[in-house]
Structure formats: structure tokens, C-alpha cells
Design a protein around this ligand. Structure first.
Ligand code: CMC
Length: 433
């Protein structure tokens, strides 16, 4: 990051006073106007609900160009990583900034694998939830509770503690998600197996039971690994910003990630993959697709096509292209061709891509549109979709959290407001109201 000659002049037209606002330049992406001294100099705040024009931090982790459909993790294009890399390597890359050497990769994978079990007493904690609890509700609670079980690594000023907690988070998240699923089913918890790789282990914990081993299909295991890669990080999205904001107060990493899980749950964010499937079920039949597309276009109807549109990608979502290919590979491997929900999805994709409303507003199928279909074909229940997203995004959250702690310019996040409520008034006794 550099700051040089370019600046913006801000003029107060009523007084004629002017201020120079410095401009900062990154390695990629738009310049940013540095407004840190704005309030002290002018007595005014900026107003930007939804942060559509606000850079909240400096970061070296992930870059997105929404107009060009570019997504880079530490400089590497997502398409290359999805084709050539694997999730453990991507985790290392996001955490440490560079691709690992062969030896570093073996050690990293070994260390993560040997942290996958959760404290046995967490099962007692889990039993406090209702059997029919949503897996994301269970995840929020279980992840937050990790700080009560692993309090030997909570000193956030100690880099070693931070790394131990980071490894624990990445390693235990699939175990916690599978626990939530098994509990809901009423089946015994399946322990992780150290001979399996990360994505395989997750499938094993989800689908094995004491009576039957899960038969690993390499196409499905690879698809799961690619899905994890595609969701691993995404710049300063709602849940990542939540993690950073929670962490800015000095909260422990498990508490911060629990906050991220809560934010991810919403249907406008990670909850969209579950919402896509619910929407396809609501549409019910291929012949109804046109009617729902019209509903989505109607300004007076709150209905939106789930899995379409993105705050940043305004031409295409590069992850959804990779996901579409994986989707077809999985459906072929499983021999699923006549699934009614899939037919509805493909019809919806076709109609929406040709409709002037969606073309003009640059609304394209996003990553959640296809991930929902893949998960459904794999036999993963709809309520687990967002939990899976949380498993994948954990490394991104933790890498961003570490970066924030190490940033010397980091301060507690404390936005201000435009107050439009009542002015100061005197309390009126209840008998006189
Ligand atoms: N269906 C119909 N119309 C839409 C949709 C949609 N899915 N998305 C946006 N629009 C319209 C919206 O009504 C608005 O119209 P107008 O300009 O006439 O007021 C225009 O497009 C711009 O929408 P916006 O809400 O201002 O855009 P945003 O950047 O604030 O919202 C979004 C982005 C992802 C929240 C939104 O597109 C949406 O709700 N999509 C459906 C939910 C979804 O699939 N979310 C997953 C996002 S990708 C994964 C992730 O990041 O977690």
C-alpha cells in the first residue's frame, strides 16, 4: 500500500473551506480515499449503509474484481486452484501467504489431521440441544463453546497461541458439523479417521455409521474438496467483516468465529444455498418457473430468486463457473438425470439468463445456486448446506482474523451514525402521559 501525490479536495460550499483528502493505492483494485481524519478536521462523518463504498481494512489475502469476474487467493486465480490444488494446500496458502513446499504441506496436513477430534465432553454439551435444532444453531453454540474447552490457547497477543487456535478451528469444524448432523438423525457420532484426507474425512463422518462404512466415490470426494476451495475466502463479506469486528475488541478466536457462523446463516449470505433448494421446492414444477421469474421482477413482491445476484460480481461469479462443471460431474457420477428439482433449476437458469430484467441488472447465478444442487445430489440434507459453507469459510475467517491482529493500524471497530430520533426531551411522569 502506498500514499502519494493523488488527493481529493473536499469543499464546504457554505463556508468555502477546503480540505485535502489523501488517496491510497493498493497493488490491485480501486484507489481509496483516506477519511480517517475527516471527523477531526471537518466535524462530519461519512454515511455508507451496507459499506458499498467503504474499505474497512487493508488486506493481502483475497482480491476480487467484480466487473471482470476475478477472484484471487494470495494472487492465485481461483480457477487454477480449483483445478490443480487441494483444500489443505489452499488453507496453508491463505494462512501463511505462499504455497507450501512438499515437506511443509505434509506437516501441515498431518498437524490439521491430528486436531480433528473434539473434546469428548462436547458430546454432553451437544445433548443439551433439541434433536430438531437447525445445524447452524448448533454450530453457533458449539463453536462458541470451543473457547470453554480449549482455553490453553486464548492469548491473542501470542502468535503461537493464535496458530494453535487456528489449526484447531480448521480441524474441528467438519467434526462439529458432522456431530450436529448425526445428533439430528439420532445416530451415534462417527469419529474422524486419520488415514483420510480432509474432504474424505468429512464425508466419512457424515455418512458412515457403526454398522456400515461409507464407500468413498473419488468424484464426490474431489467435488467436496473443490467446493471447500471455492468457499474458502471471499474478501470482506458480511461474515468475515463480522469476525474482524468481533475480533477488534480483543475477543478470543472461537468467539469471533462463532459470530461469523451467525452472520453466515442469513439467507442473503451463506444461507442462500439452503434458500435455493427451498425455492426450487416451492416452484414445484418446471412449468411454474416463468411465474416465479415474474414474481422476482415485481417491485411490489418481496420474492427474490435465491442463488442469483451478488454484491460484488456484476458480470459473472468465477466460482459458479467451476461449480457448474463440478455439478455436472457429480450428477453424471451418480447417474442423476431426471431429478425434478434439477430440471427446475436448469429451466430457471435458462429463463433468467435470457430475461432482460436479469441481464440489465447483471443478475447471474451465483455459487450458491449450483452448490445447493450438488449437495442435494450427494444426499446432504438441505439444513446442512450452510453448515458446509461454514466449514469451508473457517480458514478464511481465521486468516483474516490473524491478519487483523497483526495489523499495527488495527483499532476497535466502532462505526458512527446519522441520528434521526427524538431530540433531547424531559421525562414525563407515568400519571401525566
Ligand atoms: N432476484 C430478483 N431481483 C434481484 C435479486 C434477485 N436475486 N438480487 C437483486 N435484485 C434486484 C434488486 O431488487 C435491485 O433492483 P432495483 O435496482 O430495481 O431496486 C437490484 O437487483 C440490485 O439489488 P441490490 O439488493 O441492491 O443488490 P445488493 O448488492 O444489495 O444485493 C444480494 C446482493 C446477493 C444480497 C442480492 O442479489 C440477493 O438478495 N440475492 C439472492 C440471495 C443470494 O443468492 N445470496 C447469495 C450471495 S453469494 C454467496 C455469499 O456471498 O454469501
Amino acid at each position: 500500500m502506498s500514499s502519494n501525490e493523488k488527493s481529493f479536495t473536499l469543499t464546504d460550499n457554505s463556508s468555502g473551506k477546503s480540505w485535502e483528502l489523501p488517496v491510497m493505492h493498493g497493488t490491485l483494485g480501486p484507489d481509496v480515499i483516506d477519511v480517517r481524519k475527516l471527523y477531526a478536521d471537518t466535524g462530519c462523518f461519512t454515511y455508507d449503509p451496507g459499506f458499498t463504498s467503504t474499505g474497512s481494512c487493508e488486506s493481502k489475502i483475497t482480491f476480487i474484481d467484480g466487473d471482470e469476474g476475478v477472484l484471487l487467493y494470495r494472487g492465485y486465480p481461483i480457477e487454477q486452484l480449483a483445478e490443480k490444488s487441494d483444500f489443505m494446500e489452499v488453507c496453508y496458502l491463505l494462512l501463511y501467504g505462499n504455497l507450501p513446499s512438499a515437506a511443509d504441506k505434509v506437516k501441515f496436513e498431518h498437524d490439521i489431521t491430528y486436531h480433528t477430534m473434539v473434546h469428548e465432553q462436547m458430546q454432553t454439551f451437544l445433548r443439551g440441544f433439541r434433536r430438531d435444532a437447525h445445524p447452524m444453531a448448533v454450530m453457533c453454540g458449539m463453536v462458541g463453546a470451543l473457547s470453554a474447552f480449549y482455553h490453553d490457547s486464548l492469548d491473542i497477543s501470542n502468535p503461537k497461541h493464535r496458530m494453535v487456535s487456528s489449526y484447531r478451528m480448521i480441524a474441528k469444524m467438519p467434526t462439529i458439523a458432522a456431530l450436529a448432523y448425526k445428533y439430528n438423525l439420532g445416530q451415534p457420532y462417527t469419529y474422524p479417521k486419520n488415514k483420510l484426507r480432509y474432504a474424505e474425512n468429512f464425508l466419512h463422518m457424515m455418512f458412515s455409521n457403526p454398522c456400515e462404512e461409507y464407500e468413498m466415490d473419488p468424484v464426490l470426494a474431489r467435488a467436496m474438496d473443490v467446493i471447500l476451495i471455492l468457499h474458502a475466502d471471499h474478501e470482506q463479506n458480511a461474515s468475515t467483516s463480522t469476525v474482524r469486528l468481533a475480533g477488534s475488541s480483543g475477543a478470543n478466536p472461537f468467539a469471533c468465529i462463532a459470530a461469523g457462523v451467525a452472520s453466515l446463516w442469513g439467507p442473503a449470505h451463506g444461507g442462500a444455498n439452503e434458500a435455493v433448494l427451498n425455492m426450487l421446492e416451492e416452484i414445484g414444477d418446471k412449468k411454474n418457473v416463468g411465474k416465479f421469474v415474474e414474481k422476482a421482477k415485481n417491485k411490489d413482491d418481496p420474492f427474490r430468486l435465491m442463488g442469483f445476484g451478488h454484491r460484488v460480481y456484476k458480470n459473472f461469479d468465477p466460482r459458479s463457473r467451476v461449480m457448474r462443471t463440478q455439478c455436472h460431474k457429480v450428477l453424471d457420477a451418480l447417474g442423476v438425470h431426471d431429478e425434478p428439482l434439477l430440471e427446475i433449476a436448469l429451466e430457471l437458469e435458462k429463463i433468467a439468463l435470457e430475461d432482460p430484467y436479469f441481464i440489465e441488472k447483471k443478475l447471474y447465478p451465483n455459487v450458491d445456486f449450483y452448490s445447493g444442487i450438488i449437495f442435494k445430489a450427494m444426499g446432504i440434507p438441505t439444513t446442512m448446506f450452510t453448515a458446509l459453507f461454514a466449514v469451508a469459510r473457517t480458514v478464511g475467517w481465521i486468516a483474516q482474523w490473524n491478519e487483523m491482529i497483526e495489523d499495527p493500524s488495527q483499532k476497535i471497530g466502532r462505526p458512527r451514525q446519522l441520528f434521526t430520533g427524538a431530540e433531547k426531551r424531559d421525562y414525563v411522569d407515568i400519571k401525566k402521559r
